[in-house]
Design a protein around this ligand. Structure first.
Ligand SMILES: NC(=O)c1ccc[n+]([C@@H]2O[C@H](COP(=O)([O-])OP(=O)(O)OC[C@H]3O[C@@H](n4cnc5c(N)ncnc54)[C@H](O)[C@@H]3O)[C@@H](O)[C@H]2O)c1
Length: 351
């Protein structure tokens, strides 16, 4: 029996290798190329097998599995969301993921996805803003200056040309950290004392806070006409960031409605409230921003296809960089039916 060698060895990208990969490629180039992969996959939306993510909720947080397939490749991400982790010195969001070959069912990549999720979330936000934000936007408010915030800033710089940032967090230590990390990146940065202060003069408002409850980061009076809101932090049942009145004044754009209706800002609205799917905007089936007065809202929750795009992008960059190790992940005897024999031969080799 002949077969391709080493299918049992699965390329594994550790956190260390992911950081080296991002730094080797360059953060802005990585985000731009990743955004290209996301856009490419959204434009072939109908070829994907889609399902809302499977969530296991607890009092402290959520653990989710996010699968999808285009018929050739299958991908999934394991991700958690635990806002209370911060006070114990842990991340709110951690993740890893797998890409597999549909033809054999064998994995072709396993990778850390905590850093990759921050990059893909930011790239997705920037892709959406490309279609929705006012033309020539230069100033973005970022409310919530935690782990995701700098990635958002870098993606909006690379893809939208954002030059000025207005930062606010209820914890000034987070704002200091964000401003410090972005100091060399070429932004004009203003540290703000309230969310109201932060949105002043911003054409784009990004909310990326973490709280396991219905929060009101933005109230209706804070949002003027013509802005684009990139609402990232409301991504779980019972966890939102915007006052309902903002939603009814906005045109609402979403990733995958069956998931967003459960997890997004629109969980505050009736189940049949009209929303626009981003893939339809990208394909030109429907309009994104139509006029300068319109408030556009990207009700981001994070969908499996974005992770699939990120996995695909990383896989395509691996061979040239060599930034992975082969993981002995699959038991794969030369004679496929002789799994037990492989165990016996191993035992013999051990003595
Ligand atoms: N939509 C997506 O695709 C996606 C992807 C990843 C993460 N997220 C969500 O984004 C959010 C942020 O993630 P993170 O990893 O940066 O979390 P984080 O815990 O590192 O940072 C969150 C920050 O929000 C601040 N904050 C909390 N309440 C606030 C308030 N009322 N006003 C201002 N700031 C406030 C906190 O002080 C903290 O600094 C989380 O809710 C996470 O679930 C969404």
């Amino acid at each position: 029996m002949t077969r391709a060698p080493d299918l049992n060895l699965v390329p594994f990208v550790s956190v260390d290798h992911m950081m080296k990969l991002v730094l080797t490629i360059g953060t802005e180039r990585f985000l731009t190329e990743l955004a290209g992969y996301i856009e490419e996959d959204f434009k072939r939306w109908e070829s994907f097998d889609k399902t809302a993510r499977v969530a296991a909720h607890s009092l402290d947080g959520v653990i989710e599995l996010m699968p999808t397939s285009d018929g050739t490749l299958y991908g999934f991400k394991y991700v958690n969301g635990h806002p209370k982790n911060i006070k114990d010195g842990r991340q709110t969001v951690t993740a890893f993921g797998v890409l597999a070959d549909v033809a054999t069912g064998y994995p072709v990549l396993m990778t850390e996805m905590t850093i990759l999720t921050a990059l893909r979330t930011a790239a997705m936000s920037a892709v959406a803003a490309k279609y929705l934000a006012p033309k020539g936007s230069e100033t973005m408010a970022i409310i919530g200056n935690g782990a995701q915030s700098e990635f958002q800033a870098m993606a909006f710089k690379a893809i939208l040309g954002i030059k000025k940032l207005r930062l606010y967090d209820i914890d000034p230590v987070a704002t200091e950290k964000c401003a410090r990390n972005l100091a060399g990146a070429g932004f004009e940065i203003v540290k703000c004392t309230s969310a109201q202060d932060a949105v002043e003069g911003a054409q784009i408002i990004t909310t990326v806070t973490a709280d396991k409850q219905y929060a009101t980061i933005l109230t209706d009076n804070m949002v003027g006409t013509g802005v684009h809101i990139n609402a990232v932090g409301g991504d779980c049942p019972g966890k939102t960031e915007l006052h309902k009145d903002i939603l009814t004044r906005s045109d609402i754009f979403v990733e995958y409605p069956p998931q967003t209706r459960i997890e997004g800002e629109i969980q505050q609205l009736p189940a049949d409230y009209p929303v626009i799917e981003l893939w339809e905007v990208m394909l030109g089936h429907t309009q994104g921003r139509r006029d300068p007065q319109q408030i556009t809202l990207f009700d981001s929750v994070g969908f499996a296809i974005e992770d699939f795009s990120a996995l695909r992008y990383v896989r395509d960059r691996l061979k040239a960089t060599g930034l992975y190790v082969d993981l002995d992940l699959l038991a794969d005897p030369d004679e496929p039916r002789d799994l037990f024999g492989m165990l016996l031969r191993h035992q013999a080799a051990m003595v």
